[in-house]
Design a protein. Structure first.
Lengths: 111, 113
């Protein structure tokens, strides 16, 4: 019940295209869903986060879509750039619990 | 600059040796965490501490130990009982207000000689 399943494991997108990464969860008590971005040799950094009372949150080229009934949430990167090439992790938690992370998606944006 | 400092950046362990990874934060955060990252495995929680002198096991605590004697420091010892220690280790911290985000250090790559 604590798992967060992330797909795909890797993704190649052309420059200017849309990158889409999906996550699914089972625990309906989860109430916070962040996405982290990690560059090689660095620690992850918070990219964007959403709570289940909204269905979408947008920050610049990054959008989280949230489907509470399907227990799924996704990250969309519009106009993908080579600088977006990184590993992306979705995560979830309840209240003050620790974050449960997905296994990550390696994104490569080709020039 | 506020942040989390992990040292060393690279560490090598000999067979049967204990090694200690350092994590220091100046964000005045109460909660600190240690994660292990293996390729394709995501981030797995080793130990966490929400207050000085107290800590809890995470999902993969076997073969590891921690201490939390000071608010700003949360060192991780990889003991000889950890048979597969090669991984990227990440320290993180978080404030205790609702909605506080998790901040990560830049990691330590541990390899076995």
């Amino acid at each position: 019940q604590q798992q967060v399943k992330q797909s795909p494991q890797s993704l190649i997108v052309q420059k200017g295209g849309i990158s889409i990464i999906n996550c699914a969860y089972e625990n309906t008590a989860f109430d916070y869903f962040p996405w982290y971005q990690q560059f090689p040799g660095k620690g992850p950094a918070l990219l964007i986060a959403i709570r289940p009372d909204v269905s979408e949150k947008k920050e610049g080229r990054f959008t989280i879509s949230f489907n509470k009934s399907a227990k799924q949430f996704s990250l969309h990167i519009m106009d993908s750039q080579p600088g977006d090439s990184a590993t992306y992790f979705c995560a979830a938690r309840t209240g003050y619990s620790t974050l449960t992370f997905g296994k990550g998606t390696m994104l490569l944006v080709s020039p | 600059d506020g942040g989390i400092t992990q040292s060393p950046k690279y560490l090598f362990r000999k067979e049967g040796q204990n090694v200690t990874l350092s994590c220091e934060q100046n964000l005045n955060h109460d909660a600190m965490y240690w994660y292990r990252q293996d390729p394709g495995q995501g981030l797995r929680l080793i130990y966490y501490s929400q207050i000085v002198n107290d800590f809890q096991k995470g999902d993969i605590a076997e073969g590891y130990s921690v201490s939390r004697e000071k608010k700003e420091s949360f060192p991780l010892t990889v003991t000889s009982a950890q048979k597969n220690p090669t991984a990227f280790y990440l320290c993180a911290s978080q404030g205790t207000s609702v909605g506080e985000k998790l901040f990560f250090g830049s990691g330590t790559q541990l390899s076995v000689l």
